[in-house]
Write a protein that binds this ligand. Structure first.
Ligand SMILES: Cc1cc2nc3c(=O)[nH]c(=O)nc-3n(C[C@H](O)[C@H](O)[C@H](O)COP(=O)(O)OP(=O)(O)OC[C@H]3O[C@@H](n4cnc5c(N)ncnc54)[C@H](O)[C@@H]3O)c2cc1C
Length: 463
């Protein structure tokens, strides 16, 4: 590609936008960083005319290679970053996709508003990236994924046409196939393959009155998983209202201990569960009693439970949660120098299949991979991440085999191959485990309709 007023072909710029957090390194021929929707549309039209592939990018925190371009144009949306309107009355936010998610959320709380999706990477990812991957976070356990808050989207299709889609406001709708009744749902999680999103309208909630947060410790992983199932049952019975339940296994605790400062992780602890519940400030002690009661019955080290009673302690706990994937990513990056790397699973299973699947997946990690691994994450959603750290190419091949087997296992147990990161270029082979061939063909047909030349995010989701 030649230099143009729309994009740069400078080698240093192309290199700077070539990779994401998965470690996959692409080779874009050019990089564009438009500042308006009109510019995006002009670029896509130009690329469609010349059949140039266009790979949209946010902040490239993807763990599956979604924003990595092999040839063609890397279309980075980070400069489309204006907040257009926060409508306090209707509780709506209209923003451009390049706004950093954490920066969008911070001022909302002061205004008495709340946007629940909280991927651990919220300070390293864009709102657009979170919509296009239908990102989740710890609070998805109570509030659901990003999709639930997306009201409308403006986007540029593969031929350069601009269009807007908005959810129907009717409380019932039976017009056409379910997946198409709200096309917003087709776009959320479409990983750049159906259009370039240029504007997002999000539903906001009133800020919760307050909440408690804690970290409970256990001597055995099995006890911790039993506690998660009990907490989930207590939620269904209306006895507790956890908004998140997050796992740290023994290897995870070893990794976060150096970051724990004054928080005091007991030396004997082999597993921890991080939990939160919203409540009125004057209900805190009743709510806490409910949790401590459940913890005692679940054989937790109840006395050692850390309860965050101040904002500062709460932030320390959340930072601790964030330290883990960051530390694993860093180790993965270092391992790449010797041909290795980090592989992360993203499968999820129904809560009733959780304990058996974690046990079987742990056996697969031990037997098929045989190297170091940690298990952590969104356990309340049946969604623990297994991170396998391969020190060389031979170990990496074994890690791939192990994660592949785990994905198949999750589907057998009624779960999914990917609960939040998406398929990207790294998990394409798994798609066939989850859907019959005709479903995949139908998805391809939708893509062909809006992107007849197949220029948008080639290689994502489908081979
Ligand atoms: C340390 C760490 C922790 C993480 N924790 C979580 C977590 O808790 N939950 C979770 O869900 N994910 C998590 N992730 C994965 C990742 O952060 C999310 O997928 C994030 O939403 C991606 O946003 P991004 O701006 O970085 O997008 P990118 O990675 O740049 O892109 C993601 C995908 O969206 C497409 N895309 C981006 N912007 C647009 C646009 N405007 N129009 C069309 N397509 C677009 C890209 O083509 C790509 O397919 C984590 C990643 C890391 C590194």
């Amino acid at each position: 590609m030649e230099e143009s007023r729309f994009w740069s072909v400078e080698p240093s710029v192309r290199e700077a936008y070539a990779e994401d957090a998965s470690g996959l390194i692409g080779s874009p021929d050019a990089v564009a960083r438009p500042t308006s929707e009109e510019e995006v549309a002009e670029i896509v039209r130009l690329c469609a005319d010349r059949s140039i592939p266009v790979t949209p990018q946010g902040l490239r925190s993807s763990t599956v290679g979604g924003p990595v371009a092999f040839g063609g144009l890397a279309l980075n949306l980070e400069r489309l970053n204006r907040t257009i309107d926060i409508d306090m009355e209707r509780r709506l936010a209209i923003i451009e996709p390049g706004v950093v998610l954490g920066e969008f959320k911070r001022p909302l709380i002061d205004a008495g508003l709340f946007y629940p999706p909280d991927p651990t990477s919220e300070n390293e990812c864009t709102v657009g990236g979170s919509v296009l991957t239908n990102a989740s976070g710890s609070r998805t356990y109570q509030y659901g994924p990003t999709r639930r808050y997306v009201r409308s989207l403006r986007l540029v299709l593969g031929d350069g046409r601009t269009t807007e889609i908005t959810r129907s406001r009717a409380s019932k709708n039976t017009a056409g196939y379910f997946g198409f009744q709200d096309p917003v749902d087709l776009l959320c999680g479409s990983e750049g393959t159906l259009g370039i999103v240029t504007r997002v309208t999000l539903d906001l909630l009133p800020a919760p009155p307050g909440f408690i947060a804690g970290m409970a410790f256990f001597l055995r992983l099995g006890d911790a998983l039993g506690f998660v199932v009990s907490a989930d049952r207590a939620r269904q019975a209306g006895l507790l209202e956890p908004r998140c339940l997050e796992l740290f296994d023994d290897a995870s605790l070893d990794l976060i201990r150096p970051h724990a400062g004054k928080l005091g992780i007991p030396g004997v602890a082999k597993t921890a569960i991080f939990f939160e519940q919203e409540c009125e400030p004057d209900e805190e002690s009743i709510v806490l009693d409910g949790w401590l009661d459940l913890l005692e019955r679940a054989r937790a080290l109840a006395e050692d439970t850390i309860i965050a009673t101040t904002e500062e302690q709460f932030l320390e706990l959340r930072e601790l949660r964030h330290a883990l994937p960051s530390e694993m990513n860093e180790r993965g990056r270092r391992a790449r120098d010797s041909g290795g790397g980090k592989l992360s699973t993203d499968w999820a299973v129904p809560i009733e299949a959780l304990a058996a699947t974690v046990e079987d997946a742990t056996r697969i990690a031990g037997e098929t991979f045989g190297g170091p691994f940690v298990r952590y994450g969104h356990i309340g959603n049946g969604h623990p991440h297994f991170n396998l750290l391969a020190e060389n190419a031979e170990m990496l091949a074994r890690a791939r085999e192990a994660t592949h087997r785990m994905a198949m296992l999750a589907v057998e147990r009624g779960g999914t191959i990917t609960a939040e990161h998406g398929i990207g270029k790294i998990k394409r082979d798994y798609l066939r485990y989850q859907y019959p061939d005709w479903v995949v063909q139908a998805m391809r047909a939708v893509k062909r309709t809006v992107d007849p030349k197949g220029i948008l995010a080639p290689g994502n989701i489908f081979g």
